[in-house]
Write a protein that binds this ligand. Structure first.
Ligand code: 5AD
Length: 356
């Protein structure tokens, strides 16, 4: 390992910040030895704040109907072969009931941008979930909405919101999205969510088309500056009916490397080992956790719809990706020295920082 790589890692550990050009250098310096050192440092930091617990979130995929046509996504509007579905309020509540009895204390309602879910519809669902399970956190991941809509959902009880920024480079953003979507609009949403008081998650795909070290360095700088509470990153995986069907998948190693860097930038960030990581490698989730991740999001959707929420080819939804298989998850975690942590798992210090 070069002295320079060592220096960059030590600087990252002590200052939680690098220059844009230094992020790029660190990405380019990747080899097994550098990756191992970064992962070791990331695990130390993660264990200082979160011990060896891994938070679990029950993921409910409420709809694969989407008005957007993102070029990389399997449930894009233009995919006429996708079998569309949406869950009713009752079905969503059944998933929460099931999840609660399995031990979940965070429910993530994720879906395409489906106009059926108006503020009124969502507020009713939120009131009901929070009424039944006041001690649980609800995370929404429903795309771009107005400031007013985000406010109403927050008032109705939503605690957290996941909205990946997808790329922190406007030119790259434009190459991944149709012209009716904008980088500025995305950033406006993320700022609104933060201003309203949500715990906010951003994130991006690793190895998306046209992405180079320059884009990744910008993603890291953006994450440093925006300082999200959560950050979802996973490898890009092509979907057979998307524009990028023939594009290669992202790398598990690079994803893990970036997870370690993000852990060192934001020591207490909630960092999932994503389903995409588990889909590309049988031990992907474990490798994510050993790189500094501290969250997994097993699938709590009704079985009848699990194969339909197909963002990319062969998306995992069974085995320890499924909410019922927590015992399998626990045994896999215990083999690497970790365990499931069932509390609702807010970011350490979030409430103190916010003065709540
Ligand atoms: N590969 C990996 N991740 C994808 N997503 C969408 N399509 C793909 C794909 N082909 C991610 C996006 C989105 C999240 C819900 O899933 O980053 O924000």
């Amino acid at each position: 390992m070069t002295e320079r790589a060592k220096f960059l890692i030590e600087k990252l550990c002590s200052e939680h910040s690098l220059e844009l050009s230094e992020y790029k250098e660190l990405i380019l310096a990747r080899d097994d030895e550098v990756a191992a050192l970064l992962a070791e440092r990331a695990r130390e930091v993660r264990q200082r704040h979160y011990g060896t617990g891994v938070y679990v979130r029950g993921l409910i995929e409420i709809s694969n109907i989407c008005k957007n046509d993102c070029l990389y996504c399997g449930i894009r509007r233009g995919n006429s072969e996708a079998e569309r579905y949406r869950l009713t309020k009752e079905e969503i509540l059944e998933c929460c009931d099931e999840g609660y009895s399995l031990g979940f204390r965070t429910f993530v309602l994720q879906g395409g941008e489906d106009p059926y879910y108006t503020d009124d519809v969502l507020c009713e669902i939120l009131f009901e979930i929070k009424g039944r399970y006041p001690e649980c956190a609800v995370t929404l991941s429903l795309g771009e909405r107005s400031h007013d809509s985000y406010s109403r959902l927050f008032t109705a009880g939503a605690d957290r919101y996941l909205l990946r920024h997808e790329t922190a480079c406007p030119v790259h953003y434009a190459r991944l999205h149709p012209t009716d979507m904008s980088y500025d609009g995305r950033m406006r949403c993320l700022r609104d969510l933060k201003d309203i008081g949500y715990q906010v998650g951003c994130g991006f795909m690793v190895g998306s088309p046209y992405q180079t070290e320059d884009e990744l360095a910008k993603d890291l700088k953006f994450i440093e500056e925006f300082s999200p509470n959560m950050c979802g990153i996973g490898p890009f995986i092509p979907h057979k009916k998307s524009v990028f069907a023939e594009h290669a998948a992202g790398s598990v190693e690079l994803t893990c490397y970036l997870l370690s860097i993000i852990r060192l930038i934001l020591p207490t960030v909630l960092l999932p080992a994503t389903t995409a990581l588990g889909t590309l490698a049988g031990d992907g989730r474990e490798r994510g956790i050993l790189s500094g991740a501290n969250v997994v999001m097993p699938n709590l959707s009704p079985h009848s719809v699990r194969t339909k929420y197909e963002l990319y080819n062969n998306k995992l939804h069974s085995g320890s990706e499924s909410a019922e298989a927590l015992a399998e998850l626990e045994s896999r975690l215990s083999k690497i020295g970790y365990h499931i942590e069932y509390s609702r798992g807010d970011q350490k210090d979030f409430f103190r920082k916010e003065g709540i």
